[in-house]
Design a protein around this ligand. Structure first.
Ligand code: ATP
Ligand code: MG
Length: 418
């Protein structure tokens, strides 16, 4: 891919209202452009990373029996009246009217729509379980949109809903989805902590949140120094120095960014929206539901927050928008252009390559390359005619001149190809 065609509008200065590292860096590196408070255009580099996150999610969910679909963002009021949420939701709900003065909202979440989609079909236990998800733009008129992609008014979410004949089956799927989420965040290069937001009551709703530990997080997590206990402070009320309710160890607190959550919904929507089925015993019962969200745009933000330096994005291997960044110092003479193009063409057979074909000074190209943060950089300079390039490994921070054969074997090792 030629950089001149990619549209990467890098900036010297971060926008004035950008407060946190990820927001500054994503704006400076040409990943996002704000259009209004909490609303962003995802530019090509960001879109490539989002697609990578989505790919990981699809692979992990599909492997566990979930099916992807796509529901409307535009949702009619009558379904929200059925669940009772049209009146309960408050000002976060983006409401609008059509030309006939009928009420609609822009979906902040899709329990109503998914329940409506399946309720006629699920008439018997034989149709259960079901696990349906989508990847879609969500709308919430947040009181404080901030920190770039962290709290948007329009953001990308994966939402999954599961349907079960009994609590035991929900428990099995809940556990399986917990494992899927753990895999998704691990593959995305994120260190997460699973934090219980359990109310603790017997029969009460069980919920877990996936947190990326970060100073800029809006949640406070109480966790135990001695065992794996961790809970959202909102629910646990535990402060630094308190005793762990599980093992008596010492509680510490830290800030976290919630990138995902899983929740045993129970029968709230099936009862209010009339999603009933005939059980094995021949009884009419409400379907038991679970719901599971991942903030995809927030995951992108959290990755940048967790990995990058102040002047350089650093992409985890499965998220990087490109595998290799090729920088010809001179891309002017036709002979050089032809040689570079041939070299890139060979690399492109195995890797996703970004080549800086712009007529810019080397210093400008290097600075942008640091901002963009592709893990491996290949600089083509004077030695290229002798079969040598400069190779930079951003993860290790090591730069060296190597010949083309060594480059080939190095890349194979790095990307586990043979
Ligand atoms: P929060 O407590 O951060 O407002 P939430 O409990 O409202 O989150 P859910 O409704 O469960 O979140 O949404 C699922 C996921 O969507 C969250 O775990 C989070 O990663 C993401 N998310 C929620 N609100 C936003 C937002 N305004 N901007 C970006 N991502 C969001
Ligand atoms: Mg919220």
């Amino acid at each position: 891919m030629k950089q001149s065609l990619l549209f990467v509008p890098t900036l010297k200065e971060a926008p004035k209202d950008a407060e946190v590292k990820s927001h500054k860096l994503m704006a400076r590196a040409g990943l996002i452009k704000q259009t209004s408070a909490g609303v962003y255009t995802y530019l090509p580099l960001a879109q490539r990373v989002l697609r990578n996150i989505e790919k990981i999610i699809r692979e992990e969910l599909d492997a566990r029996g979930c099916s992807e679909m796509l529901m409307p963002a535009l949702q009619p009021r009558d379904l929200w009246d059925e669940s009772g949420r049209w009146d309960q939701y408050g000002p976060e709900l983006m409401r609008l009217k059509d030309r006939k003065e009928r009420d609609f909202c822009l979906g902040p979440t899709h329990e109503e729509i998914v329940t409506h989609a399946v309720r006629d079909y699920i008439n018997s236990y034989k149709k259960l379980p079901l696990a349906l998800y989508q990847i879609q733009t969500k709308f919430r008129d947040e009181m404080r949109p901030r920190f770039g992609l962290m709290r948007g008014r329009e953001f990308i979410m994966k939402d999954l809903y599961t349907f079960h004949e009994n609590q035991e089956d929900l428990d099995v799927w809940y556990q399986s989805m917990k494992e899927a989420y753990t895999a998704v965040f691990k593959r995305s290069g994120l260190e997460t902590r699973i934090v219980s937001s359990d109310t603790g009551q017997i029969g009460g709703d069980e919920a877990d949140e996936f947190m990326v530990m970060s100073e800029v997080g809006e949640d406070t997590i109480s966790y135990c120094m001695s065992c794996s206990y961790a809970a959202n402070q909102e629910f646990s009320g535990l402060k630094e120095g308190d005793a762990c309710p599980r093992c008596g160890g010492t509680i510490k607190t830290a800030k976290g960014i919630e990138v995902g959550n899983i929740f045993k919904l129970g029968t709230k929507y099936s009862v209010s929206m009339n999603a009933y089925f005939t059980s094995r015993e021949g009884k009419r019962e409400p379907v038991i539901m679970g719901c599971y969200g991942i903030g995809i745009s927030r995951t992108l933000m959290a990755s940048v927050e967790q990995h990058s330096t102040d002047d350089s994005l650093v992409w985890p291997e499965e998220l990087t928008p490109f595998d290799l960044h090729v920088i010809p110092v001179n891309y002017r003479d036709q002979e050089v252009i032809d040689n570079v193009d041939a070299f890139v063409k060979r690399l492109e057979m195995d890797y996703r390559v970004l080549v800086d074909d712009r007529d810019e000074r080397a210093g400008v190209k290097f600075k942008d390359a640091d901002l963009i943060g592709v893990p491996y950089r290949i600089v083509i300079g004077k030695d290229f005619k002798d079969g040598k390039v400069e190779f930079f490994d951003r993860y290790e921070g090591v730069k060296e001149v190597i010949d083309l054969e060594s480059l080939e074997s190095r890349l194979k090792t790095l990307y586990n190809k043979d």
